[in-house]
Write a protein of this length. Structure first.
Length: 75
C-alpha cells in the first residue's frame, strides 16, 4: 500500500485492512511516498493506493471484493 504521513484516508485504509488481513492471511507492505519524487508523482493524488503483484486494486479506500479477487489470482 502506498501511503503518506498524516494521510487520514491512509489511516482509514489500515483500519479497513485489519480484518481482511486476518480473514485472508496476507502481509501488508506500506511504502511512504514522501521524499521519493517518482512515487509522489505517480501516487500522490490517489492515496492510499493498494496494489497486489504490481497491479492497482483500489485507490482512496479499501475495496474488499477486488482485493479478494486479486489475492485469489496470486495463488
Amino acid at each position: 500500500m502506498f501511503t503518506a504521513r498524516d494521510c487520514h484516508l491512509c489511516e482509514r485504509a489500515r483500519e479497513e485492512l485489519t480484518p481482511l488481513r486476518e480473514e485472508l492471511g496476507f502481509e501488508l507492505e506500506e511504502i511512504d511516498i514522501i521524499g521519493h519524487p517518482e512515487l509522489e508523482r505517480r501516487y500522490r493524488e490517489w492515496l492510499p493506493v493498494l496494489e497486489v503483484g504490481g497491479e492497482r486494486v483500489s485507490v482512496y479506500r479499501v475495496e474488499a471484493e477486488p482485493l479478494r479477487r486479486a489475492l485469489a489470482g496470486q495463488g
